[in-house]
Ligand binder design. Structure first.
Ligand code: PHE
Length: 334
């Protein structure tokens, strides 16, 4: 009898202990079967009561019955608890977070930002101008003669105008960033140093080296006693910073642009190859006159370079069309 009472006590302890660490319904059911199932440990005891003497039955019977009720209740409460818990979505707090996929900047933007940063560091201001220009700023005020071939259809996108339009101006998509030179000088007095990054358009056959729209960065520095040595310093400083860590050689070749005199081309040697990289020169006195500056009082230099071209050299991109293709296999490399 002593033994049966001990068994009951042991069952109580075991169940109460085990039920605490159970955390799913399967385990709970296994526990129930083990103790309260048809052949369960407590069930066996209850079944064997009839073999006991009346006296023993009076003592042990109620204890076993009471325990059965208590355990039934415990198990059903635990069951409710587990079922409730199942309704809450399972969150594994130890899992690493999902990375947000961020976009990234286009290679042309990266190069333009780098250029802005270098020129800002040399005290240049960044200036903007319209992409839809008129003939005056794009050509006339830049000293292009009336019959200059660049004005012709094959180079310039002219904007169709209503015959009834009483505008005296012909409109076009700017073919370079130089028109911002005169626009800026009409509004501000020297001394100043500006850069003008922006989009330009040319009506030409598209191939690996040419697009109908691309980007330029114009520079203009005007003040007293400005000369080409100043330009040489600025442009070499710029390229040494842009291709930092690489040895760059410079060559200056006479060239012609109607809005500079003298005009020149900048050629750099980068990784063993020579690249024509910029047009430049001293601002032509006619351009100063269009801007109502006194050419005897002020001098200036101007330069212009292709942002696409710089990006192609820097990243070894063989075809300008890739920039505008929207091809993610290309874009995602930057
Ligand atoms: N605007 C010229 C071009 O597009 C470049 C240039 C700018 C040349 C300034 C001289 C001075 O080719």
């Amino acid at each position: 009898m002593e033994k049966i009472e001990q068994k009951i006590k042991k069952i109580e302890e075991e169940v109460k202990q085990q039920i605490q660490i159970i955390n799913d319904l399967k385990q709970l059911e296994a526990l129930r079967i083990k103790y309260l199932g048809r052949k369960g440990e407590l069930t066996n005891i209850l079944r064997s009561l009839k073999d006991l003497s009346l006296e023993q039955r009076k003592i042990i019977g109620p204890k076993a019955q009471q325990l059965k009720q208590e355990l039934d209740k415990l198990i059903s409460l635990k069951k409710e608890d587990l079922e409730k818990r199942n309704l809450i979505p399972k969150i594994d707090l130890t899992k690493p977070g999902k990375r947000l996929k961020l976009g990234h900047l286009h290679p042309l933007t990266l190069v333009e930002q780098k250029m802005r940063q270098i020129f800002s560091g040399m005290n240049f201001s960044v200036v903007d101008g319209p992409e839809l220009e008129n003939e005056y700023y794009n050509f006339d005020a830049l000293n292009f003669p009336p019959n200059h071939p660049a004005r012709e259809m094959q180079d310039t996108f002219w904007i169709k105008q209503e015959k009834t339009s009483n505008s005296k101006q012909n409109f076009l998509l700017r073919t370079h960033t130089s028109p911002v030179q005169v626009r800026f000088m009409e509004k501000y007095n020297p001394p100043f140093q500006i850069i003008v990054p922006g989009k330009v358009f040319r009506n030409e056959a598209i191939d690996a080296g040419h697009e109908i729209n691309f980007y330029q960065l114009e520079g203009l520095v005007v003040g007293k006693n400005i000369n080409l040595a100043n330009f040489k310093f600025i442009i070499e400083e710029f390229f040494n910073k842009f291709f930092k860590g690489e040895k760059i050689e410079f060559r200056y070749r006479p060239s012609y642009f109607p809005f500079v005199e003298p005009g020149l081309e900048v050629i750099i040697k980068y990784q063993g190859r020579w690249f024509e990289i910029a047009g430049a020169g001293m601002v032509h006195k006619h351009v100063f006159e269009y801007a109502h500056y006194n050419p005897k009082e002020f001098q200036g230099f101007a330069f212009g370079m292709g942002i696409d071209r710089l990006a192609m050299i820097k990243y070894k991109i063989p075809d300008i069309r890739l920039f505008y293709s929207g091809d993610l296999r290309f874009i995602n490399q930057f």
